[in-house]
Each structure stands twice: as structure tokens, then as C-alpha cells.
Design a protein around this ligand. Structure first.
Ligand code: NAD
Ligand code: UDP
Length: 312
């Protein structure tokens, strides 16, 4: 198949491009390089099946493809809050452009949605039928609400235009190729610990997240894209249900690196969700998917990657 990956030069996108090429597909990677880097995909340039297009999804584009993975959108709060209006445009106009393409060429399209659409959840763990608790006017809204509208567009294009859609709600994912200055918690803590700096814990560190290693996530994306069932168009959570406080994560990273970590507590950002953990029954039943890489193992791989980066 010929497959388009928007945001393909980013953290998750680059792993997805790699995996799709290894399965024998032709891959078009589309990216505006806001948070993506050529370095993430340079190893793919030699492949005759790989094509790179520098383009912004907020502008229309004509391509002929069989499948579209729409990942274009900054994912770290630091990056998506840098230009919040652009973040909304990326989710909304980008989604419309990609859905327009899917409709025109009859491609199947998968949207990378997020656990953030549950906001600061009042239901725990989060199941796909939970509507969420989202602040529509806060600092995180450009991302959360943008992704919610993108889901709305996916469902409406499906109902109105019979576009073949898949929605994945991705929970916190980590691994090789996260940016050193990404601002998300795993890369922050690992880089800080490797440099011997204090780990910056926001709030009292009792808030929880569930961390999925990137190879498990990519496996889930591909399974969902290629799965068939009557309700396949409805959202699917993909994440690792192991739940950790930020204090526990800091300690686990110290253990992985083998150093005594120092921490400093900083103010909790606005609307920071207090707890998050996916219910993955739907992914298990529909896709036969469940994560394989436990936190300690995934952190080991991530630390090995960042050791090289921090050294250079
Ligand atoms: P990332 O920031 O590394 O990747 C996003 C990519 O999209 C980058 O390469 C960036 O340059 C590109 N991009 C941004 N705006 C664009 C635009 N207007 N036009 C074209 N390209 C654009 O983030 P990631 O962690 O790889 O996330 C990928 C997707 O998965 C995002 O849609 C994100 O919302 C979603 N997601 C990620 C996580 C996670 O924990 N990593 C969790 C939930 C959802
Ligand atoms: N966090 C932290 N220190 C950091 C970066 C993040 O304590 O240096 C916290 C943040 O407040 C949140 C959790 O870690 O409670 C996860 O943050 P991240 O930005 O990785 O993801 P998200 O909040 O979008 O789930």
C-alpha cells in the first residue's frame, strides 16, 4: 500500500514510518518540522519506498494514497502552548484537509487523538464512553478541544460521507527520539537525572500517568488501522494501564540510571490532570492488543538513547 504519515518526522511518526517500510509499504512522510526533525528519519532516506514532503497540514495538498495516519500536531504542553492558535488550526484545518483527501481518493484514515480529550477525568480508569471533563478556555484547551473537534470531524465525515475512519486515543507514550527539550515528563526527568540536575516535579508529585513504550503504541496503531468490525469507527484507547505517580516515576528513573536523584518541587501547571489510566478492554477485544513493554524495560531503552544525546 501507499501510506501517508503526517507528523512523520516526529517522535511517534518516525517509528511508525520505519515500521510501515519494514512491512513492505510505500511511505510518504509529511511534516512541517515544527517539533519533528530530519534526524529522526534520515536512516529511511536510502529506501526507494520512502518519500519526504515538507508541508503544513493546515494547507490543502493533493496526494494519492491508500491509508492516512494523521499524527501532525505538537504533543508536548510546552510546544502546543507556544502558538496555541496554530495548534487549534493544525487539529481542525489539518483534520479537514486530511479528511478531504481521504474522501477524494477513498483512503482509510486514522486520527491520533489523545487521552487529553478526557481532560481532568472524573471517571477512573477512563473508558471510551466517558465524555470527559475539559476546560474549554484554559491553557491546555488549544490541544484538548482541538483534538475533540478533530474526533467530531472524523465521525461526521464517516456518517455524512462514508469515509473509512479510525480514532485512537493515545495515552502518554515515551521512548527513543523524544526531544531532549521536549518538556514532557519522561524526557525531562531522564535528561535531568543524566546531567545530575534536580528533577523538576510539578505540584506535589502525587498526580498519576500511565506510560506506554513507543513500540507497543505503534503496534496498536497499525492493528487498529487494519482491523475490521461493525463499531471500528468508534474511538479506541491505546496505552499501558500501569499507573504511576510522578514521584514514583522519578524514583524509577533514578533506579534505571543507578544514581541518587535530587528533586525540586515546582508549581503545578493549570488544569494538569490529577490521574490518568486507560481501560484497554476495547483494544484487547477488538485488536487482540495489549502492551508488552513494562515501564522498567522501556525506561532502560529510553535512558540508553538519552545517554548518547546528553553526551554529545
Ligand atoms: P511530536 O511533536 O514529536 O510529533 C508531531 C509531529 O507533527 C512533528 O514532527 C511536527 O513537526 C509535526 N507537525 C506539527 N504541526 C504540523 C503541521 N501543522 N503540519 C505538518 N506537520 C506538523 O509528537 P508525538 O509525541 O510524536 O505525537 C504524535 C501524535 O500523537 C500527535 O498528534 C499527538 O497529539 C498524538 N499523541 C501523542 C501522545 C504522546 O504521549 N506522545 C499522547 C497522545 C496523543
Ligand atoms: N511533569 C513534571 N515535571 C516535568 C514535566 C511534567 O512533574 O518536568 C508532570 C506534569 O505536571 C504532569 C505529568 O508530569 O502532571 C505528565 O506531564 P506531560 O507533559 O509529560 O504529559 P501530560 O500532562 O500531557 O499528560
Amino acid at each position: 500500500m501507499r501510506i501517508l504519515v503526517t507528523g512523520g518526522a516526529g517522535f511517534i511518526g518516525s517509528h511508525l514510518c520505519e515500521r510501515l517500510l519494514s512491512e513492505g509499504h510505500e511511505v510518504i512522510c509529511l511534516d512541517n518540522f515544527f517539533t519533528g526533525r530530519k534526524q529522526n528519519i534520515v536512516q529511511l532516506f536510502d529506501s526507494k519506498s520512502f518519500e519526504l514532503v515538507r508541508h503544513d497540514v493546515t494547507e490543502p495538498i493533493l496526494l494519492e494514497v491508500d491509508q492516512i495516519y494523521n499524527l501532525a500536531c505538537p504533543a508536548s504542553p510546552v510546544h502546543y502552548q507556544y502558538n496555541p492558535v496554530k495548534t487549534v488550526k493544525t487539529s481542525v484545518m489539518g483534520m479537514i484537509n486530511m479528511l478531504g483527501m481521504a474522501k477524494r481518493v477513498k483512503a482509510r484514515i486514522l486520527q491520533a487523538s489523545t487521552s487529553e480529550i478526557y481532560g481532568d477525568p472524573l471517571v477512573h480508569p477512563q473508558t471510551e464512553d466517558y465524555f470527559g471533563n475539559v476546560n474549554p478556555i484554559g491553557l491546555r484547551s488549544c490541544y484538548d478541544e482541538g483534538k475533540r473537534v478533530a474526533e467530531t470531524l472524523m465521525m461526521d465525515y464517516h456518517r455524512q460521507n462514508a469515509v473509512d475512519t479510525r480514532i485512537v486515543r493515545i495515552f502518554n507514550t515515551y521512548g527513543k527520539r523524544m526531544l531532549e527539550n521536549d518538556g514532557r515528563v519522561v524526557s525531562n526527568f531522564v535528561v535531568q537525572a543524566l546531567r545530575g540536575d534536580e528533577l523538576t516535579i510539578y505540584g506535589d508529585g502525587s498526580q498519576t500517568r500511565s506510560f506506554c513504550y513507543v513500540s507497543d503504541l505503534v503496534d496498536g496503531l497499525i492493528r487498529l488501522m487494519n482491523a475490521e468490525s461493525e463499531d471500528i469507527h468508534m474511538p479506541v484507547n491505546i496505552g499501558n494501564p500501569g499507573e504511576f505517580t510522578m514521584n514514583e516515576l522519578a524514583a524509577e528513573i533514578g533506579k534505571t540510571i543507578g544514581t541518587d536523584i535530587k528533586v525540586k518541587y515546582l508549581p503545578l501547571p493549570q488544569d494538569d490532570p490529577k490521574q490518568r489510566k486507560p481501560n484497554i478492554e476495547r483494544a484487547k477485544n477488538l485488536l487482540g492488543w495489549s502492551p508488552k513493554v513494562p515501564l522498567a524495560e522501556g525506561l532502560g531503552k529510553t535512558v540508553a538513547y538519552f545517554r548518547q544525546i546528553v553526551k554529545t
